[in-house]
Design a protein around this ligand. Structure first.
Ligand code: NAD
Ligand code: IPM
Ligand code: MN
Length: 362
């Protein structure tokens, strides 16, 4: 198949991890006979430096025309002055909004080989397989912002329709899994959460009688996620809760550098990015873990191009590399870490081997 993929490396370790994922996509294209066109564009701090804008019009229109977008990360100390007029992160938010990507899928599946890298006891982690569906274009991120000399405010707003569509997406996903959805809110305090709970209850009851829906307050959810992670299948929540809970959930897998994501809407184009940021503390040293971005490329093949088998092959290759103990410093025992290049090469070598008959799934 032919596919036009826009690559947005961004800032910090963004270019390092997207370069790894691009090599993997090229290798998959060669091996399975697909023509992937991969074109880079500017976003974030790199775009501010070049043009003064975090999301140049040329980048947005290239993304709108593409079949899919692969992004590294944006932001960093260079652009973090609280008085700055533009910020790299605004570019990413405008891209998500501009493409209508309201559902951010963040799967969390610890690998057997790296259970020891997690601060959580291994017996709690075996068999953990959850997916967080984070609402991505509403809530406090996008409400009106105000600032005076003496105060500041960020408005948190949700419409019924915004809640309905993301809850539907979560329930549909649950149908292909264990038919269990936990909706996370703060309904004991927030009006938006009370609306969220009402709408989620109605959608599940009227449209998904086969799905069990439970509600959980976000503060106790932060605890349950660590105490009994196997209890969760699909989790659906609003924008900021989903952001925070998934960084926490990354510790189940052992590293923030392992988790991929897919951002989807009703349109044809999806955005794929690791859940981590630009990691300024390790940028430019060739030691970033590329697996979250490589696994995001696998999600791209599955969700935007329908190439389930190829996606599965990438996931198997990453699992085999972790199994073989080829690990970056975020996962490796002291003294045994290798760099981004070595992990990428190991994944590429694995992709040369026969891929087991892939199990097709959503
Ligand atoms: P971060 O995710 O960049 O880093 C947190 C910690 O995890 C750091 O110690 C970092 O070294 C480590 N880490 C992250 N990714 C890693 C990887 N692939 N391999 C190994 N270690 C990794 O979060 P932060 O430090 O809070 O934020 C830094 C900047 O990134 C900020 O400007 C923030 O706005 C931005 N950010 C961007 C995105 C995005 O573009 N999607 C996401 C989160 C944060
Ligand atoms: C993420 C990031 C972003 C978010 C920032 C950089 C805008 O933390 O993708 O998780 O909060 O959504
Ligand atoms: Mn985040």
């Amino acid at each position: 198949m032919r596919a036009d993929i826009v690559v947005l490396p961004g800032d910090g370790i963004g270019p390092e991890v997207t370069a790894a994922a691009v090599e993997v996509l090229r290798a998959v294209g060669r091996r399975y006979g697909h023509q992937f066109t991969l074109n880079e564009h500017l976003i974030g701090g790199a775009a501010i430096d070049a043009s003064g804008e975090p999301l140049p019009a040329a980048t947005l229109s290239a993304c709108q025309r593409a079949d899919a977008v692969l992004l590294g990360a944006v932001g960093g100390p260079k652009w973090s002055d609280p008085k700055a007029k533009v910020r790299p992160e605004q570019g990413l938010l405008a891209l998500r909004k501009g493409l209508g990507l309201y559902a951010n899928l963040r799967p969390v599946q610890p690998h057997a080989a790296t259970l020891g890298a997690s601060p959580i006891k291994p017996h709690l982690l075996a068999g953990v397989d959850m997916i967080v569906v984070r609402e991505l274009t509403g809530g406090i991120y996008f409400g009106q912002k105000q600032r005076s000399e003496t105060s500041a405010s960020d408005l948190c707003e949700y419409s019924v329709e915004e809640i309905e569509r993301v809850v539907r997406r979560a329930c549909q996903l649950a149908r292909g899994r264990r038919q269990h959805v936990v909706s996370v809110d703060k309904a004991n305090v927030l009006e938006t959460s009370r609306l969220w709970r009402e709408v989620a209850t109605r959608i599940a009851r009227d449209e998904f009688p086969d799905i069990t829906l439970e509600h959980q307050l976000v503060d106790s959810m932060a605890m349950h996620l660590i105490a009994k992670p196997r209890a969760f299948d699909v989790i659906v929540t609003e924008n900021m809760f989903g952001d925070i809970l998934t960084d926490e959930a990354s510790m189940l897998a052992g590293s923030l550098g392992l988790l991929p994501s897919a951002s989807l809407g009703e349109g044809k184009v999806g955005l794929y990015e690791p859940i981590h940021g630009s990691a300024p503390d390790i940028a430019g040293r060739g030691i970033a873990n590329p697996c979250g971005t490589i696994l995001s490329a696998a999600m791209l093949l599955r969700h935007s191009l329908g190439l389930n088998a190829e996606a599965e092959c990438i996931e198997q290759a990453v699992a085999a590399v972790l199994e073989a103990g080829v690990l970056t410093a975020d996962l490796a025992p002291a003294g045994q870490a290798v760099g981004t290049r070595a992990v990428t090469d190991a994944v590429l070598a694995q992709l040369e081997l026969p891929c087991h008959i892939p199990e097709l799934r959503d």
